[in-house]
Ligand binder design. Structure first.
Ligand code: GLT
Ligand code: MN
Ligand code: MN
Length: 391
């Protein structure tokens, strides 16, 4: 036990599909046994996690009878009660069964779309029964290889219809549940619709019940596209739309690696934790810290728990490191924002004749400003030194 040992107050969660991943990949079968969900919950509790998330079929197999479902769910609920582990988020598996091979909500076939909406209503009921207040939509199969198969505009319309319909389902049932849409650029499809968090944010603004829909950005998914995850998350936070987050690690330009949090691109992880914790004076993110990551295929069960503890420990170490960075007087000095009594009101108030006059008569020397250094080399080096433990 040390100050980096996780507690329930940290609100760390894992998916059943993450710590339960048996190490299968496209080139080989499992390298470790499939674990019972109740066993995974007990082990998560032992490791200091607070929550567990699930797809409908992580718990209840596809095609199970109502009696089988109820039996499984009551056993799972008993384990949740015994361990104190909560279910903050739930989602639907709309990607494994062959019926979804060409998408779920965006499929050309009305039978597939209807099946997907119906499956999601059942999975929402399950999630709510287990206590979930966030519902994630990851459209893994909502995309194409042979792009001439449908007009992508129709895909947007169908996806919108499904989300609008399901928002009404939630309201109709009086559920306390918000939706979080998760973007991914590709894999398993050649191209997936709504490829980035930015695409999702605009799509949400077109929904009938847009106040109950936000985003669930994933580190790996934005990095696959070579984008800044921190900028995407910040845009979502600024819009009041960061409802959930999938933490993991990923090298740019590769398949979806879903690696242990912080194990690649530590600098981005540092900046992300700094943003989520609100160290730079911004409003912090208050939702669950969810790890959507997998242990290496090389690991046995013990390695899976090393992986889970590693995700949480790295997050907590980065909380401490980022706080130290922001408390450093030299850093404070380097990031101090200059003020200007005449121009600050002009730049924060809306358009007026006075503002135009103030801009027309401003006292700005472009050459002097252009010639002055900003000290960002020093700033970034200090950040690297905090990361390396040299400061
Ligand atoms: C799947 C995917 C993840 C999503 C999960 C939720 S399922 O593992 O790779 O990114 O968050 O559906
Ligand atoms: Mn994810
Ligand atoms: Mn991923």
């Amino acid at each position: 036990m040390d100050s980096f040992t996780p507690t329930a107050a940290d609100r760390f969660s894992f998916g059943l599909w993450t710590v339960g991943n048996p190490g299968r990949d496209p080139f080989g079968g499992p390298t470790r046994p499939t674990q019972d969900p109740c066993h995974l919950v007990r082990k998560l509790a032992e490791c200091g996690a607070w929550g567990v998330n699930l797809h409908d079929n992580d718990l209840v197999p596809f095609g199970a009878s109502a009696a089988e479902r109820d039996d499984i769910v009551s056993g799972f609920k008993r384990t949740l009660d015994e361990t104190g582990i909560v279910v903050p988020m739930a989602t639907t598996n709309l990607f494994s069964h062959p019926i979804f091979k060409d998408g779920a909500f965006t499929s050309n076939d009305p039978k597939v779309r209807a099946f997907a909406i119906n499956k999601t209503m059942d999975a929402i009921d399950l999630g709510v029964e287990l206590g979930a207040t966030t519902y994630v939509f990851w459209g893994g199969r909502e995309g194409t290889e042979a792009d001439a198969c449908r007009d992508p505009q129709d895909a947007m319309k169908r996806f919108r219809h499904a989300i609008d319909f399901l928002c009404e389902y939630v309201k109709d049932n009086g559920y306390d549940l918000r939706f979080a849409l998760e973007a991914k650029p590709n894999e398993p499809r050649c191209d997936i619709y709504l490829a980035t968090t930015g695409h999702m944010l605009h799509f949400i603004s077109t929904l009938e019940n847009n106040e109950m829909v936000g985003v669930n950005p994933e580190v790996a998914h934005e990095h696959m596209a070579g984008l800044s995850f921190v900028h995407g998350v910040a845009q979502a936070m600024e819009a009041g739309k960061l409802f959930h987050i999938d933490l993991n690690a990923q090298r740019i330009g590769r398949y979806d690696q879903d690696l242990r949090f912080g194990s690649e691109d530590l600098k981005q992880a540092f900046l992300l934790v700094r943003l989520l914790e609100g160290n730079a004076g911004n409003a912090p993110y208050t939702g669950p810290r969810h790890f959507d990551a997998h242990a290496y295929r090389t690991e046995d069960e013990e390695g899976v728990w090393d992986f889970a503890r590693g995700c949480m420990r790295t997050y907590k170490i980065l909380v401490e490191r980022t706080r130290a960075f922001d408390a450093d007087p030299e850093v404070k000095d380097l990031i101090r924002v200059p003020t200007d009594a005449a121009l600050d009101p002009v730049l924060s108030n809306s358009y007026s004749a006075e503002s135009v006059a103030a801009l027309r008569s401003m006292d700005v020397d472009p050459d002097a400003i252009g010639a002055a250094g900003l000290g960002y080399e020093r700033l970034d080096q200090i950040m690297c030194e905090y990361l390396m433990g040299a400061r």
